[in-house]
Design a protein around this ligand. Structure first.
Ligand SMILES: Cc1cn([C@H]2C[C@H](O)[C@@H](COP(=O)(O)OP(=O)(O)OP(=O)(O)O)O2)c(=O)[nH]c1=O
Length: 195
């Protein structure tokens, strides 16, 4: 049976990741303001925001399965969001230099009419090299850290900052597609026959 699928995201990276699964989907950007509450449990908070994004889009598309996601970077118990200024980006990358941090993506798949809701998160450890001030400046000037949590994108020039990762690469980019695929199987969405 055909199931309408919508990615509730304005992120081109999430779109590209979902496209890799070879399934049909639309995307609609949610208008949720990301007010991350650092006093709550971090995993609960990314799931809460992912769920809000999905429900925002479900107000119009109540018959569809909708995916919402939210990604944060945590280092030494500090949450790093998206930097707004050059100085903030520099500060974040300097802080991450030579350390291991966690990237957590919360995901919610919902269908309002069917009263379906599935929420999960994935966590990946990323270890940065020791970054010189020159490298950080070069990176900020040449790439776009501004719309990315933690001020870097592993999928672009940001790969040069990374020594190693432990866990899902796609989760760092913004959507843990391998875990998401398990939910798709449950709701009958699959690029393969017989699954
Ligand atoms: C750590 C890291 C984050 N990011 C991105 C993923 C997310 O798009 C962004 C975190 O912000 P999010 O608030 O999770 O997502 P978004 O605002 O870009 O998109 P939407 O809410 O519409 O879905 O940081 C990378 O692209 N690469 C990386 O290596």
């Amino acid at each position: 049976m055909y199931q309408k699928l919508i990615l509730a995201s304005g992120s081109p990276r999430r779109r590209a990741l979902l496209s890799r699964l070879g399934i049909n989907f639309q995307y609609v950007t949610s208008s949720i303001s990301e007010d991350f509450n650092e006093n709550n449990d971090y995993t609960e908070e990314v799931i809460r925001l992912a769920t809000m994004k999905a429900y925002d889009v479900a107000r119009i598309y109540d018959e569809a399965f909708i995916i919402g996601a939210d990604t944060i970077v945590i280092c030494e118990n500090k949450v790093l969001g998206k930097p707004i200024t050059y100085e903030k980006a520099f500060e974040m990358l300097k802080f991450l230099s030579g350390k291991t941090h966690e990237v957590i993506t919360g995901v919610a798949v919902i269908n309002k009419n069917k009263k379906f809701i599935k929420q999960f998160y994935d966590k990946t450890e990323v270890t940065f090299k020791n970054l010189s001030d020159e490298l950080i400046k070069w990176y900020i000037e040449n790439d776009e850290p501004y719309d990315k949590a933690g001020a870097y994108g592993i999928q672009g020039m940001g790969c040069l900052l990374v020594e190693k990762i432990n866990g899902s690469y796609e989760n760092v980019v913004g959507l843990p597609v391998s875990k998401l695929f398990e939910v798709f199987k449950e709701i009958g969405i699959s690029p393969y026959r017989g699954l």
